[in-house]
Design a protein around this ligand. Structure first.
Ligand code: IMP
Ligand code: MG
Length: 184
């Protein structure tokens, strides 16, 4: 399938499944080399990171904990607008190495929020693994230790990533048909 239609939009294939698997294997290899022997808690962020986390973590060869987190939005008062909350932290994180697993880092605002919440639990260190990273959009300075692929600031779907809740089940990654020639 070279193009898919989701609701009102056309997307075209940009990262085939074989390439994704190659990148995920490389990332897992780096983590196995860097982190074996540490007390590691992997924290994938739902919903988007479910597929990436599942492929990545089955390649991790050392004893570790896995705990999924979710950012819940709920309506606040009219003045404060919508408020986000990080839910699902049940493990003790104190003194451990936390690895946040994200599908994509775009502006970095979501990640910044997650990092601030997690640091309150006083882990020894927080590392970030993002399958996709849009360097042109990133507005923060926190280093992303494990980056799968850098992509241009284009909207993508598939492999966990959604458009209006659809497209997460696709095994390849597709990008919104570009208006200019920039492709990932
Ligand atoms: P940020 O806070 O701007 O870094 O955006 C991060 C969140 O926005 C991700 O966790 C995704 O849920 C969503 N997002 C950003 N870019 C894309 C994209 O290209 N496709 C689908 N979702 C995206
Ligand atoms: Mg996400």
């Amino acid at each position: 399938m070279n193009t898919v239609r989701i609701l009102d939009k056309e997307f075209e294939l940009c990262i085939p499944s074989e390439k994704i698997q190659e990148v995920v294997a490389r990332m897992a290899g780096q983590m196995n080399a860097d982190l074996a022997g540490n007390e590691v808690v992997f924290m994938p962020i739902l919903n988007g990171a479910f597929m990436f986390a599942s492929d990545l973590l089955r390649r991790i060869g050392f004893a570790c904990q896995i705990s999924f987190l979710r950012l819940a939005s709920y309506e606040g008062t009219a003045s404060s607008g919508s408020v986000k909350q990080l839910i699902g932290i049940t493990e003790k994180l104190h003194g451990k190495t936390v690895v946040v697993i994200e599908d994509i880092v775009d502006s970095g605002q979501t990640l910044d929020y997650i990092l601030r919440q997690l640091s309150a639990y006083e882990p020894a260190e927080i590392r970030v693994a993002a399958l996709l990273f849009k360097p042109e959009s990133y507005r923060y300075s926190y280093p992303i230790q494990y980056t799968g692929m850098e992509i241009p600031a284009q909207f993508v779907v598939g492999y966990g990533l959604d458009y209006e809740g659809y497209g997460r089940n696709l095994e390849d990654i597709y990008q919104l048909k570009p208006k200019n020639s920039e492709t990932c």
